[in-house]
Design a protein. Structure first.
Lengths: 549, 125
């Protein structure tokens, strides 16, 4: 049982949320002193990232931690429970927020700061951190809404026609998705009489009414699939993510869809494992179609920003592929098994693997790969949008028809962009390679060779799209007479940034991309712990109710 | 009582879905309002409706002496009302601003962010 007297270290569990809300409120009070904003915001994000890292280290050392709001005892109070999955996501989020805020110091104008860029950024990060840390389903809904309100403010910053158009679609679709989440949470409460995740995880196993649980699981899949932009619920993303400022797009593309993925892992995989196994075939098809829609969509785009939108979708599909893996022969995912001989061979291989590594089932492997890919995707999508932002400012446009000559004029930027493009396509020696290896191997182990092949095909198509971006925007000489592009004139008017400041956030992200590509071991160990914690949530439940139960 | 309220929730959902499927933003907004109210009644219903005493603990006692009504759904609904109201206010302003700037409230004609004909990307240079 959680005791009344908390140690100082326990407050780390709520520190990321508290810091974000504190700095957000503080920045609102000095709203008119726009010159001070960066000097308050950058240390704020440094503090946030430091708190996230300390939390991650604490969780890695001691296992899941719980703090009860107002010291109301579980299951009645609102629990903040952090396990390895939450700690890993919140640390990654803190890192990209820090990189983006450094980028924002020169890319966000004084007027936009006056309209509250930094306060909205902190409030959105508060929502994102809260969603990653909470241990209560209704509280998760509240943090979703907090991050949505923050994201609305960031999305319409500038009030251009394009932004109002994109924001209208984004707002309606996300509002409907969160309402669906709330509907399902209402059903969940009606069935269990509790909203504490640990309490539900314990009770769901003993629950008789399978039909009701399956209904809830499907509704959660739809609601979070909408949030994560999984096919066929992905059309709001390419309609809106290219409209705001580049730094805002970067954070949205990196973080917001992954919050949906995180919620899906937390709620569907941890709370309802049998229902997840029933839905595995559906998730596998969703994953395959999402990957293909993303890859083909990227190939068809002539604008760099809209092309990156489709890269986000392809990444979501790859993560979903990891969530579709269950035990072979578990009755799930039968629709995609190719031939009985092939399946038998992979079954044998899976059996061997399971015998070699106790506890390392194909579900754990798939989930670990998915979490790894999600962390990689958060980093690399943010980096790509930031690099594209700098490139578009220099070229005066984000259209691939107009851009060119950046390899000659900006070799450092071009080299970094190349690193990120290779990483997002999943080529070694960068961070995208290893999670794809894990996922493809897991797919074959789980008896889903078609899914594994689609992951590889998507990687190939994304390599083609990336190569086109690099060849057109960077490698070729600048087109002789750039077309007059009134729509994109805003980039040219902003002027070129100082090279050092604009490269620093990209370098920070590149360090991760290269480090995770060359030495993936440290990250796979963490994601393995995270995946095991979801498949067997005993430690999570124990941290809420005390070790005994 | 629960059956009646379930039917009410079903009707509200049907009406709000019909309105949200419209292509005019003003109708979608009305649909969103109905949807959030339908969800509130749904949560209220999920907490079971009983005609018993209010959930008050008498002075000196640790727990209520008799059966009391379930206070939790009301706390959940209160939170949901506040959130959905603020969202609706934001959406209303956004829709009005979009109508002013884009000159239409027909979502089929809102193609500024996604122009109809963009053509394929350059295939060589």
């Amino acid at each position: 049982m959680v005791h009344g007297a908390y140690q100082a270290a326990d407050f780390l569990v709520v520190a990321p949320v508290a810091l974000c809300l504190l700095f957000g409120a503080g920045l609102l009070m000095i709203r008119k002193r726009v010159d001070w904003h960066p000097f308050v915001a950058i240390p704020g994000f440094c503090l946030l990232f430091a708190a996230d890292v300390l939390l991650l280290l604490k969780v890695a050392a001691d296992g899941p931690r719980t703090m009860m709001m107002g010291d109301w005892q579980p299951p009645f109070g609102i629990a903040f429970t952090v396990d390895m999955l939450g700690a890993l996501f919140v640390t990654t989020a803190g890192f990209v927020a820090l990189a983006s805020s450094i980028y924002a110091t020169f890319s966000i104008s004084r007027t936009e700061r006056r309209y509250g860029f930094f306060p909205f950024l902190f409030l959105m990060m508060g929502g994102v951190s809260g969603a990653f840390l909470t241990g209560d389903v209704f509280n998760l809904y509240v943090w979703f809404e907090v991050l949505l309100i923050g994201s609305f403010g960031l999305l319409i910053l500038g009030s251009e026609h394009e932004q109002l158009d994109g924001a209208t679609k984004y707002c309606f679709l996300n509002l409907v998705a969160t309402t669906l989440f709330l509907v399902t949470t209402g059903y969940l409460y009606g069935l269990f009489g509790t909203l504490n995740m640990a309490d539900i995880a314990e009770k769901a196993g003993r629950f008789e009414n399978d039909g009701a649980l399956l209904t809830i699981a499907v509704l959660y899949l739809v609601a979070f699939g909408m949030k994560a932009a999984a096919f066929p619920l992905n059309f709001w993303l390419p309609a809106s993510y290219h409209t705001p400022r580049f730094v805002v797009s970067a954070l949205f593309a990196g973080l917001l869809t992954k919050v949906g993925v995180y919620a899906l892992i937390r709620v569907l995989l941890m709370l309802f494992p049998p229902q997840h196994a029933d839905l595995a075939t559906l998730i596998a098809w969703v994953a395959a179609l999402t990957m293909l829609v993303g890859a083909f969509g990227a190939l068809a785009q002539s604008d760099l920003r809209r092309l990156l939108n489709y890269f986000v979708i392809a990444g979501i599909g790859t993560i979903f592929a990891g969530l579709a893996l269950t035990e072979p022969g578990g009755g799930a995912a039968a629709g995609m098994v190719a031939t009985s001989a092939g399946a038998a061979a992979t079954d044998a291989a899976a059996g061997e693997a399971a015998a070699l590594l106790p506890g390392s089932t194909s579900q754990v492997v798939g989930l670990s790969g998915a979490v790894f890919y999600a962390v990689h995707s958060i980093m690399v999508m943010t980096a790509l949008y930031l690099a594209a932002g700098t490139a578009a400012r220099i070229a005066g446009s984000s259209s691939l028809r107009v851009m060119g000559g950046l390899w000659r004029s900006r070799p450092a930027l071009a080299a970094l962009m190349l690193v990120f493009l290779l990483a997002v396509s999943g080529l070694p020696p960068f961070s995208g390679f290893w999670p794809k290896v894990i996922l493809v191997r897991g797919a074959f182990q789980a008896g889903l060779p078609v899914l594994g092949a689609i992951i590889l095909l998507t990687g190939f198509l994304m390599t083609v799209a990336s190569a086109r971006v690099f060849a057109l925007a960077f490698w070729r000489n600048a087109p002789a007479a750039p077309e007059a592009d009134a729509e994109n004139a805003v980039f040219r008017a902003e002027g070129e940034p100082a090279p050092l400041v604009s490269l620093l956030p990209l370098l920070m992200l590149a360090v991760f991309v290269v480090a995770a590509g060359i030495l993936p071991q440290w990250l796979t160990e963490l994601t393995d712990v995270a995946a095991r914690g979801i498949v067997d949530p005993a430690a999570y439940v124990g941290s809420v109710f005390g070790g005994g139960s | 009582m629960e059956t009646v309220l379930s039917l009410v929730v079903g009707c509200l959902f049907a009406v709000s879905l019909y309105l949200i499927l419209s292509k005019h933003i003003i109708r979608m907004l009305l649909g969103v309002v109905l949807l959030s109210n339908a969800v509130n009644i749904l949560i209220f219903n999920a907490g079971r409706i009983t005609s018993v005493a209010p959930p008050l603990v008498p002075e000196g006692a640790e727990a209520p002496l008799s059966d009391v009504a379930n206070p939790l759904p009301q706390a959940l609904i209160l939170t949901a009302i506040v959130i959905s109201f603020s969202f609706f206010a934001f959406l209303l302003v956004l829709a009005y601003r979009a109508y002013q700037d884009l000159g239409t409230d027909d979502t089929d004609q809102m193609r500024v962010a996604e122009p109809e004909e963009d053509g394929p990307p350059p295939l060589g240079y």
